[in-house]
Design a binder for this molecule. Sequence first.
Ligand SMILES: O=C(O)CCC(=O)C(=O)O
Ligand SMILES: [Fe+2]
Length: 365
Amino acid sequence: MAGNFSSVPVLDFALASDESTKPDFIHQLQNALINVGFLYLKNHTVPQNVVDDLIGYIPRLFDLPQEAKNKISMANSPHFLGYSKLGAEFTKGKTDYREQFDFATPHETQWRPGAPEHLRLWGPSQWPDEDLIPGFRNTMETYLSHVQILSYRFITLLAEAFGIPSDALNKFYDTDELMQHRGKVVKYPVNDGSLTGQGVGPHYDAGFLTFLLQASPHPGLQVQNLSGQWVDAPPIPGTFVVNIGKALEFVTRGLARATSHRVLSPPLCSTPRYSVPFFQNISLNARLAEEVLDFPPEILKLKELRGDPVQTESVNFSEFDREPSGKVNLIGRVKSHPDVAERHYPELFKQYFPAGMPQKVSAYS
Ligand SMILES: O=C(O)CCC(=O)C(=O)O
Ligand SMILES: [Fe+2]
């Protein structure tokens, strides 16, 4: 099988900025997108001091007094932004052992009473009190804006790698004021022995692209190859791990692979693992089933050569064929965070949890 990889490829983004080396980059990108669905990106455009400033804040963010964290609990937010305490999520029937803050690029909600509910998915972040962690908000927002720029640049290269015009995917995005992208700061505490060792269980990401910063030197991230084996993707300083989400897989008719991945908790004698995934969104109103893209036959052939991955246990996002992207995402968030849904989306809550609040909260089911 062409794509039965045993390691995640490292791509040098510098090659993309020089016309003489760009074809080489595009070729490597094509292979990574079609056969792996994951890649490391080095020499990217996000300045190292912006990354280092953020990394410096992360332990302080989690060390805030519990009441300061609870004050910005995700349950307050119809936009599913804010703090989620340890053990509040569940994937594939087991507790995820992680604590996290969901933040996002600045956005004023477009939703008004009477408008479709999925427009309410995006809105302002909740930030910790500035005097408790001075400068954090600015650092996080600066980081998000740099990764956003990189993610848009990357999407044009991705189009080229698939033999379509570099702007062919622009139709999936609105103008900047109408878009919002999410960045999550995550802490995986050590496995205290009584746990399953599941930092986060096997899952696919939902959107187009994820840019993951592994913010501490811990291994633990694993990706599943075509025959179902788990392959390590340890941190490589100065890189992002980039992976494909289900929405991009859908619009590329499976050319770009959404690859299942998971995180194992750090072992008992270790220290917490930190990471910051950035989820690049597409327009809330995009109806993916209606957006047909024309790929050249030689590109489609590469997918044939790859073959189909084994069916995995990981969760799917089957609603893209009938619902706007925002609705698919909202359903995913409702299932992940029923406490938020019960408060802010009571009808959807009843639809997905007819028996009431589940004992355990499901992150990706
Ligand atoms: O923390 C990581 O390394 C990966 C997290 C992840 O896959 C997710 O939150 O979707
Ligand atoms: Fe993920």
